[in-house]
Design a binder for this molecule. Structure first.
Ligand code: PMV
Length: 315
């Protein structure tokens, strides 16, 4: 019996989260150490079985509701392939990406399932990075209503991107990195749902459009400047821009005590910059370190109670 697997990485947003939903540029990179893996097996039993052992879920596609992201990942492929009859399959998804922590776990799981399904059904035109990204976006809209498109783009292309949400097509640019940059990724342990935080920012923006437009403009300017500094290798300036971006994220009300505490710990231990990454109000913070300081900052974060600290190198 045939078996097909596909994987997708986690991601971190270096600059511009939230503002990216409102058309400002943002920079995100894949986080390859944590991944979602989907496996498709032909089955002798009728129907499509959805199996997510990490989440303790085992059920049939026909029983899943319209808001179920796992089921929707399978359905968007079936719809795009214009399948007249669903094949009999077991779809298994596993992931080492912490959920609800700003690392793009939902997008990665959907992208892995979509790519594995497209390959298994031999619809190679649906397994291209561009198609996987577009279909993942469709699933993401279920998860949080108004996604910018940056998560699905990074996990499907698995490349650093400078991203602008635009109609009719988003602007997706790659960029060069003058010298490798090391980021530590530390989890506050506080779960936070992207949909809720994004919805709250939208309400606040509607109530105070001038204040929020100004904040978003500043985040966009910072992301644009950061791209130039990454291309030129001005590491200390990149760190300074992270601190500035964090100031505006705080003003947006998406930081938290736990995030501020870890940012403080990282900066005191010698990080060149630190900020939250993703939706905020919990989840992960990232700190820019040089090779000399890395161990010290990492140990300080572990002493402050962080369970795991990952290192992501942008090269
Ligand atoms: O929390 P995450 O990993 O889903 O990241 C969300 C990023 C936002 O900019 C807050 C939302 C978006 O759609 O870009």
């Amino acid at each position: 019996m045939a078996k097909t697997t596909a994987t997708a990485p986690g991601k971190i947003i270096l600059f511009g989260e939230h503002a990216v939903v409102y058309g400002r540029p943002a920079i995100a990179v894949p986080l390859a150490q944590v991944r979602a893996t989907a496996e498709i097996d032909d089955s002798a039993k009728k129907g499509i079985r959805l199996y997510a052992p990490d989440l303790g879920r085992d059920y049939w596609l026909r029983e899943a509701n319209e808001k179920d992201p796992f089921a929707q990942a399978v359905r968007v492929v079936a719809r795009a392939a214009d399948l007249k009859r669903m094949p009999d399959l077991t779809v298994t998804v596993r992931s080492s990406i912490p959920i609800a922590s700003g690392l793009g776990s939902g997008a990665a799981m959907a992208a892995a399932v979509i790519r594995a399904m497209a390959k298994h059904l031999e619809f190679s035109e649906l397994a291209t990075d561009g198609q996987v990204s577009d279909l993942t976006y469709q699933v993401e809209t279920l998860l949080h209503g108004t996604p910018s498109g940056i998560d699905n783009t990074v996990v499907a292309y698995e490349k650093p991107v400078f991203f602008i949400r635009e109609q009719p097509r988003n602007k997706i640019e790659t960029f060069s990195v003058f010298q490798p940059l090391r980021f530590l990724v530390a989890d506050t342990g506080v779960v936070s749902t992207t949909k809720k935080v994004v919805g709250d920012v939208r309400r606040r923006w509607q109530e105070n459009p001038e204040q929020f437009e100004r904040i978003f403009d500043n985040c966009g300017r910072i992301a644009m400047a950061a791209r130039v500094e990454i291309e030129d290798g001005n590491v200390s300036e990149i760190g300074r821009l992270m601190v500035e971006n964090q100031f505006y994220l705080k003003e947006m009300t998406v930081s938290s005590l736990e995030l501020e505490q870890l940012i403080g710990v990282a900066m005191s231990a010698g990080a060149m910059g630190a900020k939250l990454s993703g939706a905020g109000r919990g989840g992960n913070m990232i700190a820019l370190v040089d090779a000399m300081q890395e161990e010290e900052v990492k140990n300080a974060l572990l002493s402050a109670g962080v369970n795991h600290v990952l290192t992501s190198v942008l090269a």
